[in-house]
Design a protein around this ligand. Structure first.
Ligand SMILES: [Fe+2]
Length: 492
């Protein structure tokens, strides 16, 4: 079986600096009323007890429990009212993420595989199906914020209902199959059944993707609230790059690669989404990658050089977007009393020139690279450079939830974590790609149009969710995710 990928990614929509219904800048309280600190009702970043515990080793049941618990830990400190707001079409309410991930387990594992399973409420299949046409009719995406009922408490009850059934399913499948039941004929436990195992892995990875979306979506929800609520207070030891000014980053260095005929894509060992396969060869010319991400300070130089007002730096569609949406700085940036501030999950903070620039669209990343006399990497170049490196960095496991300056430890830095790195590669099928039949095949293949590939994960991605072959993808105008760039150039 080559199951498809159920993408939790929001359906294609135009991303705007100004959310729909908020055509004017959102008024903010004056700094004397605590603007800089935001509306501090958050919990400590380290307060959940679940950071760093987002997947990893263990039985399927142990991993299921950890991933589900981590999702709910992300809602600690949120009021029920926070969890129902849909601030723009691409943003889903927190409560919807909690419910939709449960719907996934129910639809693709419990209903077909757990004998006698009864849904808590059959109407939830309509409310919490995202875009799986073959799974049945579904609620309008733009109106997820209208779903005041079921309330948060009832959605948590839905999660408990699904968890209890999933525990039964996983325990049952961990035992040797009874006579007449599905098995592999060897008496081995059915959790080794490749199809079953893949679906559970898919469910775990799907939920991890929604953990990231939950964070990026609540960030947007809080950003349009004039009180600028704090989602997580900055944990001691994590202040660098969030408040105040860090030391200047390393001068940019280049790491060169010979290129040649390279194997790209997943080799089939362990879990991967279907869009990472089949493994195939690509020829690469010699290239070089910057040793770290582009910083806010470097991006400020682009802005001060009229980067947003020079059409020669932009793709035609990007320039049209800049004009239409009146972009003149990165998403979440605001100038207050002559200084640049940016909204973070820890409230409004001063822009730190040393931290990686974040929340850039593809258009902005591409324009910056052109201004710098460079280009964006291809996805194959990034993968070749990253494949020998450990998946380590400023990821969700750290609980920091904001990009951090490079630490200058030599070699390629920040390849994993901090920000998803835009590549210049269109999101297309690899040679020989085939999505799985049925609704599960809608995960991935049907989105291979008009999007670009991003690599490396962000502050909102769990380490156990990543690998060098991972292909994230978004439309070129999207900027509410943690997205930035690393420069590349040809080597002649
Ligand atoms: Fe999803």
């Amino acid at each position: 079986m080559n199951p498809g990928r159920l993408s939790p990614r929001p359906e294609p929509v135009a991303q705007e600096r100004k959310p729909e219904g908020a055509a004017e800048p959102v008024p903010t309280p004056p700094s004397s009323q605590g603007f800089d600190q935001g509306y501090d009702q958050g919990v400590d970043q380290e307060g959940t007890g679940d950071t760093g515990d987002t997947g990893g080793p263990g039985t399927l049941l142990e991993r299921y429990r950890r991933v589900r618990r981590f999702t709910e830990s992300l809602t600690e400190g949120l009021e029920p009212e926070d969890q129902v707001v849909q601030s723009m079409e691409a943003v889903s309410p927190t409560k919807w993420h909690l419910a939709h991930t449960s719907w996934f387990w129910e639809t693709f594992l419990l209903e077909p595989m757990l004998e006698g399973y009864e849904p808590l409420d059959p109407r939830y299949a309509f409310l919490f199906n995202s875009y799986y046409v073959q799974a049945g009719e579904r609620h309008c995406r733009a109106q997820r914020g209208y779903i005041s009922r079921p309330g948060v408490a009832r959605v948590l009850e839905y999660r408990r209902h699904v968890d209890e059934a999933m525990e039964r399913l996983l325990v049952e499948w961990e035992e040797p199959p009874a006579k007449g039941r599905r098995g592999n004929g060897t008496g081995a436990t059915r959790t080794s059944d490749p199809e079953f195992r893949y679906l559970v892995e898919l469910g775990l990875n799907h939920e991890q993707q929604h953990q990231e979306l939950l964070l990026t979506d609540i960030k947007h929800v809080f950003s349009v609230n004039p009180l600028r609520p704090v989602f997580r207070r900055i944990a001691p030891g994590h202040e660098a790059g969030i408040s105040g000014q860090s030391a200047a980053p390393d001068r940019l260095r280049w790491v060169e690669f010979e290129g040649g005929l390279e194997w790209i894509g997943h080799d089939g060992e362990g879990f991967a989404y279907d869009n990472e396969e089949p493994r195939h060869r690509q020829y690469l010319e010699p290239f070089a990658l910057a040793h770290r991400l582009v910083t806010c300070g470097e991006f400020l130089a682009f802005m001060e050089d009229d980067g947003y007002r020079r059409p020669e730096l932009w793709l035609s569609e990007g320039w049209a977007t800049v004009q239409e949406r009146e972009w003149s700085e990165p998403f979440y940036w605001e100038k207050r009393d002559g200084s640049w501030m940016l909204f973070t999950l820890s409230g409004m903070q001063a822009v730190d020139p040393a931290e990686p620039v974040c929340h850039l669209s593809y258009f902005e990343a591409d324009a910056y690279a052109r201004w710098a006399g460079c280009r964006l990497p291809t996805e194959a170049e990034w993968e070749v450079a990253a494949r020998a490196l450990p998946v380590r960095g400023n990821l969700a496991d750290s609980g920091r939830l904001h990009p951090a300056p490079a630490d200058g430890d030599g070699g390629l830095e920040q390849m994993y974590g901090d920000v998803w790195e835009w590549t210049r590669s269109p999101y297309s099928p690899y040679p020989g790609y085939r999505p799985a039949p049925g609704a599960v095949g809608e995960y991935n293949g049907k989105f291979m149009c008009n999007q670009f590939v991003l690599k490396g994960g962000s502050v909102a991605t769990s380490a156990s969710h990543l690998r060098p072959t991972y292909r994230n993808f978004f439309h070129p105008d999207a900027c509410w995710q943690f997205t930035g760039l690393r420069l590349a150039r040809d080597v002649s």
